[in-house]
Design a protein around this ligand. Structure first.
Ligand code: NAD
Length: 391
């Protein structure tokens, strides 16, 4: 059993705590949170050691690893402290708010040969894993387009300055850092990291301090194009709904959490798949887990963390280094957006400059000439028709 300390018992930390408590190879022995009432509940209900200070927990609890599920802005400091103390680290997504910070964490983990993983759970969903496998194996030939999307109802009412960290940019709030990062990591997982972000627009539906929508265009080293569309203010979806479509020279693959659909063009086949549509469902692609909570992927990612602690990490699971790549894409999207025109809030009237006098004169000449031309053409056509009728 590996002794685990968990920091941050909020929305995500509660799930990690429950899964780790039930895990055959992980033993969550200590919990840290900045809120005393949270710790009082953990002590009285679970009888675990609790700490207000992360430093004290890692110094005293004799741990093998930590799970960090605090708000994103605190990840870099906590992860660095744990790595320097020689602990394996699982951090919730996104790894940090800066690609440079994430790369530094990846370097420290590599230098000390410590297990390191980020909570990008899409990598543990059978349909997405199958998509990655098929693309890597060349089932659809050379990839020329990858499209990633996610929609859900996280923010569905007007938000002012923001009561929670999610509505504050500096703390990791906003659709780009908190939501789109999942799709970006999934696209990286399936098709590799893009080399360039060529366009990006962040939009606001309800929020004022952060964005609610993210649209972006990527270039890949082989010339392929990526398109990203995410909206966390879409009431049409009850839960976060993520999909990826990959287009290749031999066919295409669409995957969401229910299905992996492979289409092979006429004359192409792969393994047991023939030309046309080949549909596989999550029920045949997902390995069962020993403890189910919210979806197999949440338990499966901690199964992997236990394997990584034992020295058997799988490359598909991702590392701090791959999470740093996702953070780089996030950073580039923010930069490309910032270099473009100011955002227009949904529903706001677009401002259009009135035409100059010269433009109006030119337009009048152009359309006047067109009108005269059209009238002559019509007269000729009518005249010809009348002549025909008379003869
Ligand atoms: N993978 C997913 O699907 C998913 C879903 C939700 C959140 N997350 C990620 O999990 C992280 C936490 O999000 P959440 O929704 O659980 O947040 P939350 O606000 O619900 O919970 C955060 C908890 O951390 C505690 N905390 C804050 N700062 C701390 C510190 N410095 N030291 C100790 N405790 C501290 C708070 O008291 C709170 O209990 C974020 O990085 C978020 O992006 C991931």
């Amino acid at each position: 059993m590996y002794r685990i300390g968990l920091v941050g018992v909020g929305k995500m930390g509660v799930s990690h705590l429950a899964i780790a408590q039930a895990h055959p190879k992980l033993d969550c022995v200590a919990v840290c949170d900045s809120q005393a009432f949270v710790l009082a509940g953990i002590r009285s209900q679970l009888g675990l050691e609790t700490y207000r200070s992360f430093e004290t927990m890692i110094a005293e609890a004799n741990l093998d690893g930590v799970i960090i599920s605090t708000p994103t802005s605190s990840h870099v400091t906590l992860a660095k402290q744990a790595l320097v103390a020689g602990l394996a680290v699982f951090v919730e997504k996104p790894l940090t708010l800066s690609a440079a910070d994430s790369q530094e964490l990846a370097a420290i983990a590599a230098e000390h040969n410590l297990a390191n993983q980020v909570g990008y759970h899409n990598r543990f969903i059978g349909t997405f894993r199958e998509t990655q496998r098929l693309v890597e194996a060349g089932a659809i030939g050379e990839v020329h387009h990858i499209d990633g999307r996610a929609f859900g109802q996280v923010i569905t009412q007007p938000q002012g300055g923001g009561r929670t960290w999610r509505a504050k940019k500096a703390e990791g709030g906003g659709c780009l850092h908190d939501y789109a990062c999942h799709v970006i990591d999934l696209m990286n997982f399936v098709a590799g990291t893009p080399s360039e972000i060529t366009g990006a627009r962040l939009g606001q539906v309800h929020s004022t301090a952060v964005e609610d929508t993210v649209y972006a265009l990527f270039n890949y080293p082989n010339g392929a194009v990526g398109t990203l569309e995410t909206n966390w203010s879409d009431e049409a979806y009850r839960k976060m709904t993520t999909s990826v479509t990959v287009y290749g020279t031999h066919g295409k693959i669409f995957a969401d959490r229910q299905e992996c659909r492979l289409f092979l063009k006429p004359g192409h086949s792969f393994e047991k798949f023939d030309s046309g549509w080949n549909i596989r469902y999550i029920t045949e692609l997902q390995e069962p887990v020993s403890f189910y909570l919210r979806g197999e992927e949440y338990s499966a990612q901690l199964d992997h963390f236990a394997e990584a602690l034992a020295g058997n990490p799988s490359p598909e699971a991702g590392t701090f280094a791959t999470a740093a790549d996702a953070d780089w894409v996030v950073e580039q999207i923010a930069a490309v957006h910032a270099s473009g025109p100011a955002p227009v809030a949904t529903g706001a009237p677009a401002t259009v400059e009135p035409p100059t006098k010269d433009q109006l004169v030119a337009a009048a000449k152009h359309y006047g000439a067109q009108a005269v031309g059209s009238a002559k053409a019509l007269a000729n056509a009518v005249g010809t028709k009348l002549k025909g009728l008379r003869s």
